[in-house]
Design a protein around this ligand. Structure first.
Ligand code: MG
Length: 173
């Protein structure tokens, strides 16, 4: 059985995923202001992915008979010094998400809540991918430096990103 404390933490993470979606939307808008359509697309897809993460928490909490509560969140940062600045903030944010997922897992393990442990495993793997993805782009932006051609090439690469919910996991799991 999921305890009230664990429900509260799961619900907070649900809201944090929506907040993450909003943060990435602000980064998409920043890239749009620089006319970098590929970078904008990258963050729009990331924003969509975070809503998908939130919906997984939403469905799980309901499935184990919890009560989802939607909360307000702070206005995201809307101005960034540079692309590198935005991506470094994004990486820092994902590191924070990873910490939060680990804490949730600690609590689920303390409570021997095996269903929740199983549910959270997907997020643990997902966070490895998220941090790796941001790290790689940060390295590329650093390599590009002031090279406009390099920036245009990376913009084209990021324009290819699309959102496809994983087929091996069901949102309604
Ligand atoms: Mg997420």
């Amino acid at each position: 059985m999921v305890s009230e404390k664990l429900f509260k933490e799961l619900n907070e993470q649900l809201n944090f995923e929506y907040e993450s979606s909003n943060i990435y939307l602000s980064m998409a808008a920043y890239c749009a202001s620089l006319d970098l359509d590929g970078f904008e697309n990258f963050f729009l897809v990331q924003s969509e992915e975070e809503r998908f993460h939130a919906s997984k928490f939403y469905n799980y909490i309901n499935e184990v008979n919890g009560r989802v509560k939607i909360s307000a969140y702070d206005e995201p940062q809307n101005e960034y010094e540079s692309l590198l600045d935005a991506f470094e903030i994004a990486l820092g944010h994902e590191e924070l998400v990873t910490e939060r997922i680990y804490k949730l897992m600690d609590l689920a393990q303390e409570e021997r809540e095996y269903a929740t442990i199983s549910f959270l495993k997907w997020f643990i793997d997902e966070q490895v991918e998220e941090m790796n993805m941001f790290n790689k782009i940060i390295q590329k932006i650093k390599m590009i430096g002031d090279n406009a051609n390099g920036l245009i090439m990376l913009d084209k690469e990021l324009a290819q990103r699309t959102f496809t919910p994983p087929t091996d996991t069901d949102v309604n799991q």
